[in-house]
Write a protein that binds this ligand. Structure first.
Ligand code: FPP
Length: 307
């Protein structure tokens, strides 16, 4: 009897304080979102290297494939965060051309996960206004996966709430090789090949370059990810393993981004002059959309002589 009473009391205390803790966490999250909405520079395009799934699983004595499965949950979370924080474009590195070298059971688990995620999530994402794109080589993927990719791209083409690009069978060097092959096949005269020409032959030809690249799992390298497009991206690395990536991690990355000064190879004095010119430009509205090169909007990168 006494034991039961104690159990009930414990459950009551947990319900009251657990609920209060959840409420407090939500209050803090909302405060963070409001602070970002309130004038803090937000990257237009965030690209993730979702690293650490294997370590997450191994530390729990689970097969690595369970880490990738938990990684899909983290991706769902990050899609929601992009909506909450008004980040309009998200690109993720889900399978690299080098990942074919992993044990066959892991490769097949990753293929299965892509298939399953398309089957389970695309209708909902479509209803939520998310446009989905595949970035990478279709060649080499099974026919049914290729068809599923075409289907998700066609279905979501008109959506514009969030653009989600999934790099699958993607490698930055392979992308450049494919672009060069197409340029040669198109017989473009060498003198006419510019940086813009190359960009226009990449898989990402329709996309702006990423503003912020976030890598989880503590490593500090690009691993053949968007190597052309990353030329002027800001980098952020966190020790958090991808399946554990939380709203607090996301907000910390956005905070770091907002504190960076993006100069695109120019000097502070030039940036100040440009800002002054913009403030006299009648086309400039209060959102700074004519091109705030200190941060946040999408200034065009300088193409010459910059460090
Ligand atoms: C790197 O972690 C992660 C990958 C190679 C795969 C990432 C895939 C997902 C998050 C899920 C798949 C997403 C879709 C859309 C199907 P790792 O395995 O190298 O981790 P480790 O460094 O701890 O070993």
């Amino acid at each position: 009897m006494a034991k039961r009473r104690l159990r009930n009391l414990r459950a009551l205390v947990q319900a009251v304080f657990g609920g209060a803790r959840a409420q407090e966490a939500e209050r803090q999250a909302e405060a963070r979102r409001l602070r970002f909405r309130d004038g803090q520079a937000i990257p237009h395009h965030i690209a993730f290297i979702m690293d650490g799934n294997g370590r997450w699983a191994t530390s729990r004595h689970l097969p690595r494939s369970m880490g990738h499965r938990a990684g899909v949950e983290a991706l769902r979370r990050v899609v929601r965060l992009c909506n909450d924080y008004h980040v309009p474009m998200l690109t993720v590195y889900a399978f690299s051309t080098e990942n074919w070298g992993r044990p066959p059971e892991e490769v097949s688990a990753l293929m299965g996960l892509l298939w399953e995620t398309i089957r389970n999530d695309v209708d909902r994402l479509n209803r939520e206004g998310v446009r989905l794109r595949h970035v990478g080589r279709l060649e080499g993927l099974d026919q049914d996966i290729q068809e599923a990719i075409h289907w998700m791209e066609d279905l979501t083409r008109a959506n514009d709430k969030l653009e989600l690009n999934v790099c699958f069978n993607y490698g930055g060097r392979a992308e450049i090789v494919d672009a060069v092959r197409q340029i040669i096949a198109a017989k473009l005269p060498a003198g006419e090949v510019t940086e813009d020409t190359i960009s226009s032959y990449l898989y990402t030809r329709e996309l702006p370059d990423p503003d912020l690249i976030i890598r989880t799992g503590g490593e500090m390298r690009l691993s053949n990810y968007l190597i052309w497009q990353a030329a002027y991206a800001e980098y952020y690395s966190t020790a958090t393993l991808w399946p554990d990536f939380s709203e607090a991690d996301f907000a910390a990355a956005l905070d770091a981004y907002a504190s960076r000064k993006r100069r695109f190879g120019k000097t502070d004095a030039q940036l100040a002059e440009e800002a002054a010119a913009r403030s006299n430009d009648p086309r400039a509205d209060s959102s700074g959309d004519v091109g705030d090169s200190s941060n946040g909007s999408r200034p065009q990168p300088a193409t010459k002589g910059s460090l």
